[in-house]
Write a protein that binds this ligand. Structure first.
Ligand code: ZN
Ligand code: ZN
Length: 666
């Protein structure tokens, strides 16, 4: 950072407006960015801290189509939730906007035009999937089919969940339209590409040449650059999005990743209009992006190349937080293995979470949220170390010195050592925060609080006050100073609790006036402080047990039961009684039997995974329940036209009572 630099433009990755925030989002991005922003405000850096919700893209459009509402309604609903989540976690944005704001449209279209006029964006005809039924082109997530790489079904147009590969919609085998379920066809379509490949060398230079970039960002970025960059498709045929601002581009929108970054700029521009100040000097001084590691590619490659093409300053740094797992398992919103921010903040003070998620691990490492560990850190560190130290200091000051910070006697060696630590810690913590080592900074604060506890114990002021009152006075004088320093320098981490600490000390400083520089200045002896009150309550076992029970219940429900289907889904199943009139083992397979099933109006060949539990002789002539309208598939190269029903993973074949039920009865 330049020595004379005094402005900073801080951003958080734009939350996607298809659902509320969970703890993973807060850990990787919002809490670290907020610590950085709050610290810099205290350092008198001129901070502009902005964010917005990302509201375009196919997931929101698909969701809207499913619910039969306009996409904007979905986005607005989630914008409200996300905004509330971030406020409840005390994230101190100067502005929080939306990518559906008209100003964002204007800025994004101008940006696109600027690059088009410089020939960094060019048209190209490509093959895309078109649904004749819906009469439109189908962008990525509007199509599903079989993955060409691993043959898994249900691969999306842009991504196969089974093998994790990136896909193009035209690569899918047996694609189908997610809106109407019909088979799309390949048609030619004109799209616009960004000359990403032109920036290969420049990007390499800037990533290698930026000493600030953390290792995780640099390593990922270099890996992709070394693989070679290809030009990047920047438009889609879709209604939901920002229209491509060119005459011959009707029905086309700018791809969501081609405009979402500009949400940083449009949010800043919205702020600038509101406060009547320019935002540009902040960007030109230094910009710091906080993101989750899943979008390192987008920020280090796409965004930096777009900025190079536009011709403006590149970000000073990109900080990518790694993942948070939950109780040792990967978080999953679809499996409800997640803790939503709003649920958490309803029951616990957000500062406990802010503390825990930072103390838990460095930002550049994956880590785990566990309820037991959360309880342990809150009880052992916040309550026992910080809270206990302050409580003893403040109550003793009242008990023995009538609430006045006492006049110290001469400082002995131990006192001097404590004094030195008090004076030096703010500098240490500040350097860690400036270098994005948030956890190290917090550890230095806890270390100081531990020293305070030890000093208090060693000095035994409760005895000294009778035998050597000057000793007790010196001890309490220094302990109050130590408490004061902590109450200031812990502010970026736990702003609410820090404010409570300062209230007890009688330091009623409004947040904007709280300065880092004065953090180690001592409160004069004779100052009267307020009555002690508990800062951190211990979390009881039964509270944690209840949270764990509720969470694990979700897991059981979702693993033992598949997704709820509607009666409309169920009646689509054509279930009939059939008689097995042929059965043989499938060659080279331990599991499969090839069956011929008579369902009266036809005979179906069915390949079933029953061989582990049934021999062909066991089931010949059995009457079974057959699903007859299943889409035919090939298993081991053998055509299978239906499914015989079995329960418990093929352990138990469902047979029809023998008596009078004939084949073909539904
Ligand atoms: Zn696959
Ligand atoms: Zn369709």
């Amino acid at each position: 950072m330049a020595e004379d630099s005094n402005k900073v433009f801080i951003t958080c990755a734009l939350p996607y407006a298809n659902g509320p925030c969970h703890l993973g989002h807060l850990r990787s991005t919002y809490i670290p960015a907020d610590i950085y922003a709050r610290y810099h405000r205290m350092k008198s850096t001129d901070v502009l801290f902005v964010c917005a919700t990302d509201e375009h893209g196919t997931p929101i459009a698909v969701q809207a189509e499913k619910e039969g509402v306009p996409p904007l309604e979905i986005a607005t609903r989630n914008y409200e939730l996300i905004k509330k989540d971030l406020e409840s976690c005390d994230i101190s944005f100067d502005n929080f906007s939306r990518t559906t704001d008209p100003l964002h449209y204007e800025i994004s279209q101008n940006f696109f035009l600027n690059l088009y006029e410089k020939d960094y964006i060019y048209p190209k005809t490509i093959e895309q999937l078109y649904c004749p039924e819906c009469e439109r082109f189908l962008p990525d997530r509007y199509v599903e089919g079989i993955c060409p790489q691993c043959n898994a079904e249900g691969a999306r147009g842009d991504h196969c969940e089974t093998c994790g590969r990136h896909l193009e919609p035209v690569q899918l085998i047996e694609p189908r339209c997610l809106i109407c379920d019909s088979t799309p066809e390949v048609r030619e379509s004109n799209q616009y590409y960004f000359r990403l490949s032109d920036f290969q060398d420049q990007l390499k230079e800037c990533i290698e040449g930026n000493p600030e970039l953390p290792a995780n960002v640099r390593n990922y970025a270099m890996q992709w650059i070394n693989e070679g960059l290809k030009d990047w498709i920047l438009t889609r045929d879709m209604d939901w999005g920002i229209p491509v601002p060119l005459d011959d581009a009707e029905g086309k929108i700018i791809y969501v990743w081609g405009e979402a970054f500009l949400g940083y700029i449009s949010s800043a521009a919205q702020w600038a209009r509101r406060v009547d100040k320019p935002w540009e000097p902040y960007w030109d001084d230094r910009a710091v992006h906080f993101i989750g590691k899943d979008i390192i590619y987008h920020h280090s490659i796409f965004w930096q190349a777009l900025l190079m093409a536009y011709g403006c300053k590149l970000p000073y740094n990109i900080i990518a937080g790694e993942y948070l797992s939950l109780e040792g398992r990967k978080m999953s919103t679809s499996k409800n293995w997640v803790i939503w921010a709003s649920d958490f903040m309803e029951k616990f003070d957000c500062d406990l979470l802010r503390y825990y998620l930072v103390a838990n691990a460095p930002l550049t490492r994956d880590t785990d949220f566990s309820w037991d560990d959360f309880q342990r850190r809150v009880n052992d560190e916040l309550a026992d170390v910080v809270g206990n130290f302050m409580h003893r200091t403040f109550s003793f000051t009242h008990r023995f010195f009538e609430g006045e910070i006492p006049q110290p006697g001469p400082l002995n060696e131990y006192d001097q050592e404590v004094e030195t630590q008090i004076k030096e810690t703010p500098q240490i913590v500040g350097e860690h925060i400036e270098n994005f080592n948030f956890r190290e900074g917090l550890k230095a604060i806890i270390k100081l609080a531990k020293l305070g506890n030890k000093y208090f114990n060693d000095q035994e002021p409760w005895k000294a006050v009778k035998e050597n009152p000057e000793r007790a006075a010196t001890c309490l004088y220094l302990c109050n100073q130590l408490a004061k320093v902590i109450s200031v320098i812990i502010t970026p981490y736990i702003p609410g609790k820090a404010h409570e600490m300062r209230e007890i000390l009688g330091l009623n400083i409004a947040t904007p006036d709280l300065k880092w520089a004065g953090s180690a200045e001592f409160i004069p002896a004779g100052t009267v402080i307020n009555k002690a009150k508990p800062l951190f309550a211990k979390i009881e076992d039964k509270v944690i047990q209840k949270e764990k029970d509720d969470l694990y219940k979700n897991l059981e429900e979702t693993t033992t039961m598949k997704k709820i289907i509607s009666i409309e889904d169920f009646i689509k199943l054509d279930l009939r009684v059939g008689k097995i009139i042929g059965a043989e083992k499938v060659k080279d397979s331990d599991k499969l039997l090839k069956l011929m099933v008579d369902v009266k109006d036809k005979k179906l060949q069915v390949v079933a995974g029953l061989a582990n539990n049934y021999t062909p002789e066991d089931i010949l002539n059995q009457k079974v329940i057959v699903l007859v309208n299943l889409k035919p598939a090939k298993l081991f190269g053998i055509k299978s036209e239906g499914m015989v029903l079995a329960a418990d993973d093929s352990l138990c074949l469902l047979t029809a009572p023998d008596a009078d039920i004939g084949e073909g009865i539904r």
